[in-house]
Design a protein around this ligand. Structure first.
Ligand SMILES: Nc1nc2c(ncn2[C@@H]2O[C@H](COP(=O)(O)OP(=O)(O)OP(=O)(O)O)[C@@H](O)[C@H]2O)c(=O)[nH]1
Ligand SMILES: [Mg+2]
Ligand SMILES: [Zn+2]
Length: 334
């Protein structure tokens, strides 16, 4: 029998199957292989006890993808949730989430919640201008007044969607509205700041229907771009592809290089997006610096050979080896 892991609790894997949720443990062979089974994995079950609904996991189907934090496999899209207000919309944080989706090549849907709060019309217009223009799908919702939920439902159909976004934007409230239950705990923003923690802490696949799942997350705290080279950052911003084509330089960051085509194209890039871009470039520059320092250090590091310590001397200072000497002599004779 096949199924899908919907949550993990210590050694127990809860697997959704055609006969309901089965409580499974890993078969010893899998443990020996050191195979990591994560939430969202499709698995094969063995030795199923129909009465007690217990079984063993005997195999894991190859994953389409794996999100590291929270650990979820086979994700089809991210729903990036922001609040229009309370807390205020944070464009940089939103761009971080979007850029991460681009990096992982997973589709993002931008959901702006709390549209019931007064005076959000201007913001909605601005958001549409920035993000619709570059091809992102946008929806406005209110988990409180249950508006926009009917727009969200078809997007979630037949998908495994992860909800992400800062604490207090209403991710758990939205899921409760979608599932028409109060399954997830929510907390007023003021209470959250007092406690300084997310209300949502665990990771579970919630079933909307047979083939549609949604995952609540406590947001991602570490989203810096300190693992990329500066030149790679523009791949995470769709609107830069046109600049990249028109710029005469090959390795241009399009920041302040003289003669860069950015100045003629700047109207195509929104101010807040460009600010985020420059910020991420700086993070990537820190990374570039770090790896260049490390490679310098490695150059003169001691080396071990058959338990003997060899100190590596830079090639310029090293004497020419006897072998090379002989070869050179041979060359001369030729
Ligand atoms: N006015 C209004 N308030 C909302 C809406 N959605 C959620 N809230 C409120 O915002 C607060 C935070 O909601 P949660 O659903 O706990 O937020 P969360 O994103 O799950 O937060 P974490 O679990 O901490 O990451 C609660 O007080 C909700 O009642 C909405 O559409 N409108
Ligand atoms: Mg929550
Ligand atoms: Zn350029």
């Amino acid at each position: 029998m096949n199924g899908r892991v919907i949550k993990i609790f210590s050694d127990f894997y809860y697997v959704e199957t055609s006969i309901g949720v089965i409580e499974a443990k890993l078969k010893t062979v899998l443990k020996k292989q050191n195979l990591d089974v994560v939430t969202g994995d499709f698995v094969e079950l063995d030795s199923i006890d129909i009465n007690s609904k217990q079984a063993f996991i005997s195999g894991v189907v190859n994953r389409v993808n794996l999100i590291k934090r929270p650990k979820v496999a086979n994700v089809s899209q991210f729903i990036i949730v922001s609040a229009l207000k309370e807390p205020d919309l944070d464009y940089e944080q939103l761009d971080r989430y979007i850029a991460h989706c681009e990096y992982h090549k997973i589709k993002p849907i931008l959901c702006f919640n709390k549209e019931d709060i007064n005076d959000t019309e201007y913001l909605k217009k601005k958001i549409t201008e920035i993000y619709s223009k570059i091809g992102y799908q946008i929806i406005f919702t209110s988990a409180l007044k249950k508006t926009g939920i009917n727009e969200l439902e078809p997007i979630l159909k037949n998908n495994t969607s992860i909800l992400c976004g800062a604490s207090g934007v209403g991710k758990s409230s939205l899921i409760n509205a979608i599932l028409k239950s109060s399954i997830l705990k929510t907390l007023p923003v003021s209470e959250k700041t007092k406690r300084g923690v997310h209300t949502t802490r665990h990771c579970e696949l919630l079933e909307i229907d047979n083939n549609s799942f949604i995952v609540d997350t406590p947001g991602f705290s570490h989203l810096k771009f300190d693992f990329l080279l500066p030149i790679e950052v523009q791949n995470l911003f769709r609107e830069f592809s046109s600049i990249d084509k028109s710029c005469k330089y090959n390795n241009c960051l399009h920041i302040d290089e003289e003669g860069c085509s950015l100045t003629s194209q700047i109207k195509n890039i929104s101010e807040s997006r460009y600010l985020s871009y420059k910020k991420f470039i700086n993070e990537a520059k820190d990374y570039e610096q770090k790896i260049s320092v490390e490679s310098l250090k490695n150059e003169s590091k001691v080396k071990y050979n058959k338990n003997k310590i060899l100190t590596k001397i830079s090639s310029k200072k090293r004497n020419v080896s006897r072998k090379t000497n002989k070869q050179n002599m041979y060359k001369k004779e030729m």
